[in-house]
Design a protein around this ligand. Structure first.
Ligand SMILES: Cc1cc2nc3c(=O)[nH]c(=O)nc-3n(C[C@H](O)[C@H](O)[C@H](O)COP(=O)(O)OP(=O)(O)OC[C@H]3O[C@@H](n4cnc5c(N)ncnc54)[C@H](O)[C@@H]3O)c2cc1C
Length: 308
C-alpha cells in the first residue's frame, strides 16, 4: 500500500484509486493521473469523505467531466466523484418540489421529470452533465437554464467545515456562471451536495408532449453537433451579440487541425479529439483562435474549464 493510501485510510477514506487517468473520466478523453480518484458510492459516503479530507488534502469534485480539459501530465490534487443517484418528487396543490443529489445524471433527472409530466427542462436534452455540474456552471441553452426552477442548494463549506443550505433565485446565476463557481474561483471552496427544485403546478402537462420535445431536441443536436466525437461541447462563450461559432468560423478555423485535435466542421465552437489528442493540441488551437480574434478586437473567453 502506498504512503498516500495509508494516509487516506487513516482518514477513513477507503475507496481511492491512484491508477486512474482523467482521460477515462472526461468526455474529452484527455487528462493525466491525479493524486488519486475517490469514488463515493452513496450520499453518506460523499458527505463523510468531504468532512474527512477537507483542509487535509487538495481535491476537486468531478461530475461527468463534460466541461473539463485536463493536462495530460500528473495533476496535483485528488478527485472526488460518484455514480449514485437520488431523486425524490413531492407534490401539493400549488407546487411540485423535486430533490436531487449532485452526482445524479442530468439526463436521468430530466427523464424522470418528463415521466411525471413535469415540464421545464425537456429542452436540456443531450447535455451530458451531472445535476451538480449543471448547477455549478448554470448549464443551459438559449432560453432555458438549470437555475430556472432551482430553489435551494445544500453544500459543504470547506473553510467552515460544515454543511449549509441556501435559498437561491436567478440573481445567484448568470450565463454559464453561478455564485458557487464564483466563490470557488475566489478560493472559498463550496462542494455541492444536493438541490431542491420547485415547479408551479401549472407545469404539469401531457408527458407525451414533453417526450416529443425531448426527442426533437436530441435530434437537433445530432444534426448540428459532433456528439459522436470526444469533446467538451462549446469551447468558447458566446458574446452577447454574436455566437462564438460564427467568430471561429469567420476567422477560417473550421476544420483546422493540430495533432489529434480539430475544430469541428459540423460546429465550429467544438474542438474535437479525433485521434488521441494531447492537452497541448487543444490548447494550441484555443490559443491561436484567441490571438486571431483579439487582433479583430474580439475577446473570446473559454467556456471549457482548464485543469492544470
Ligand atoms: C457534447 C456536449 C454538449 C454540451 N452541451 C452543452 C449545452 O448545451 N449547454 C451547456 O451549458 N453546457 C453544455 N456542455 C458542457 C457541459 O455539459 C456543462 O458545462 C455541464 O454543466 C458540466 O457538468 P459536469 O457534471 O460534466 O461537470 P464537470 O465537467 O465534471 O465539472 C465542471 C465544473 O463543475 C464542478 N463541479 C461538478 N460537480 C460539482 C459539485 N458537486 N460540487 C462542486 N463543484 C462541482 C467541477 O469541479 C468543475 O469545476 C456540453 C458538453 C458536451 C461534451
Amino acid at each position: 500500500m502506498s504512503k498516500k493510501n495509508t494516509f487516506l485510510t487513516n482518514l477513513k477514506v477507503h475507496n481511492c484509486r491512484d491508477d486512474i487517468c482523467l482521460s477515462t473520466l472526461t468526455t474529452y478523453g484527455i487528462g493525466g493521473k491525479p493524486l488519486g480518484v475517490i469514488f463515493v458510492n452513496n450520499h453518506q459516503e460523499y458527505i463523510k469523505t468531504l468532512y474527512s479530507i477537507s483542509n487535509r488534502v487538495p481535491y476537486r469534485i468531478l461530475g461527468k467531466g463534460s466541461n473539463i480539459l485536463a493536462n495530460d501530465e500528473r495533476l496535483d490534487f485528488f478527485i472526488i466523484t460518484g455514480k449514485y443517484r437520488i431523486v425524490r418528487i413531492f407534490r401539493d396543490e400549488r407546487k411540485i418540489r423535486v430533490f436531487s443529489t449532485s452526482f445524479t445524471e442530468l439526463q436521468y433527472f430530466i427523464k424522470l421529470l418528463i415521466d411525471n409530466g413535469i415540464s421545464g427542462y425537456e429542452e436540456l436534452a443531450g447535455i451530458p452533465a451531472t445535476v451538480g455540474g449543471a448547477v455549478f456552471n448554470n448549464a443551459g441553452i438559449k432560453n432555458v437554464e438549470i437555475s430556472d426552477f432551482l430553489k435551494k442548494v445544500t453544500f459543504f463549506d470547506r473553510k467552515r467545515k460544515s454543511i449549509r443550505s441556501i435559498e437561491v433565485d436567478k440573481t445567484f446565476f448568470s450565463y454559464r456562471n453561478s455564485f458557487f463557481k464564483q466563490e470557488n474561483m475566489n478560493g472559498n471552496m463550496l462542494d455541492l451536495v444536493s438541490f431542491v427544485f420547485e415547479f408551479p403546478s401549472k407545469n404539469i402537462t401531457d408527458k407525451n408532449k414533453l417526450k416529443q420535445i425531448y426527442k426533437d431536441t436530441w435530434h437537433k443536436r445530432i444534426i448540428t453537433q459532433p456528439i459522436n466525437q470526444k469533446s467538451c461541447g462549446s469551447v468558447f462563450k458566446n458574446l452577447s451579440n454574436t455566437p462564438a461559432w460564427k467568430i471561429v468560423s469567420d476567422l477560417g478555423y473550421r476544420g483546422y487541425t493540430v495533432g489529434g485535435a480539430k475544430v469541428s466542421e459540423k460546429h465550429s465552437n467544438f474542438i474535437v479529439n479525433f485521434n488521441n489528442a494531447k492537452f497541448s493540441d487543444v490548447i494550441n488551437i484555443i490559443q491561436k483562435i484567441k490571438n486571431d480574434s483579439l487582433k479583430k478586437g474580439i475577446n473570446l473567453e473559454e467556456e471549457v474549464e482548464i485543469w492544470k
